[in-house]
Design a binder for this molecule. Structure first.
Ligand code: CCH
Length: 292
């Protein structure tokens, strides 16, 4: 009888808000982990689950949550994301009706919004797929490469130069981990708050190649405590990218607007329109707004 009730359960917006709130609680369970929040790694999970999309073959993207399966789980780009998948598994146990694709992208939305970012329009409808739908390695960007590579990877998802630059500002958050990517350090001084500091720092600081035995990365000459990947630095070297990076450095509002739109699109890559339960994406309230 209980199983039958569960099978007939049709979640409403309020139910997704409950999941959002549970994720918001988990963000702060981080304790000594990194900078005290699981937010950045959850954003990265949502992005890597979505960024495998190929618009030509219409494969990859967030629909089937194929990073649950090997070999995709073990792809080099996904190193360290087990932390995030395990956190989301706890939520899945409490809300078994939600698909993994919805859960992981909602995790990204909750993390960004709760870390003072813009609202990310989101809607449910992703379904759980199978290992056979997992994507081949090499679909996510390689940080050691140049502008051509960034364009190849992001154009394949359907994005343009402006969107590439807007999405990259997510590196205001979190850090690189030696034991995950090989790179080391945070991009900004406030890695658990969504700000346009990533762009500001790219222009305002003097960036020099770090002398070390690790992969090629830059450090800020002044404090040597921040980093940029070769692919981050490309945004102020390539003429077309630089124009957008400058605009985002000058206005957080302009960036928030473009970032919100691009992230919302990113998280829906690979999901057939007819699968979504609503035409108009939802703007979910933050925990703070719900308390008002
Ligand atoms: Fe990223 N990212 N990312 N990134 N990323 C890394 C960490 C984060 C690239 C490489 C890396 C986006 C785009 C790119 C986040 C969000 C986004 C790391 C360190 C590498 C390397 C991983 C580690 O060691 O833990 C490259 C190349 C690109 C090319 O464009 C986009 C787009 C987004 C989201 C919209 C976030 C957040 C992190 C921090 C994760 C953490 O654990 O702190």
């Amino acid at each position: 009888q209980a199983a039958k009730v569960k099978a007939n359960f049709v979640p409403a917006k309020e139910d997704y808000i409950k999941v959002y709130n549970r994720i918001a609680q988990i963000l702060d369970d981080a304790g000594e982990y990194d900078d005290g929040s699981y937010g950045p790694v959850l954003v990265r999970l949502a992005w890597h689950a979505s960024g495998t999309y190929d618009k030509e073959s219409k494969t990859g993207g967030s629909n089937y949550a194929t990073m649950r399966f090997d070999p995709e789980a073990g792809h080099g780009a996904n190193a360290g994301l087990k932390v995030a998948r395990d956190l989301m598994e706890k939520v899945k146990e409490e809300f078994p009706w939600i698909s993994y694709g919805d859960l992981w992208t909602l995790g990204g939305v909750a993390a960004l919004q709760e870390m003072a970012g813009p609202k990310i329009p989101w809607r449910p409808g992703r379904i759980d797929g199978f290992a056979a739908q997992a994507t081949p390695d090499g679909r996510l960007p390689d940080a050691t490469q140049s502008a051509d590579h960034l364009r190849n990877i992001f154009y394949r998802m359907g994005f343009n130069d402006q969107e590439i630059v807007a999405l990259s500002g997510a590196h205001a958050l979190g850090r690189c981990h030696r034991d995950r990517s090989g790179f080391e350090g945070p991009w900004t001084f406030s890695p658990t708050t969504v700000t346009n500091d990533y762009y500001r720092l790219l222009f305002d600081e003097k960036w020099v190649w770090k002398r070390w035995d690790g992969p090629k990365q830059l450090e800020d000459k002044k404090t040597k405590s921040l980093m940029m990947l070769p692919t981050d630095y490309v945004l102020v070297q390539d003429k077309s990218f630089k124009k957008y990076a400058k605009a985002y450095a000058e206005s957080q509002d302009v960036w928030f607007k473009d970032f919100s739109k691009a992230v919302s699109t990113l998280f829906e890559l690979g999901v057939p329109e007819e699968q979504f339960v609503t035409k108009e994406p939802w703007i979910l309230p933050t925990v703070e707004e719900q308390a008002e």
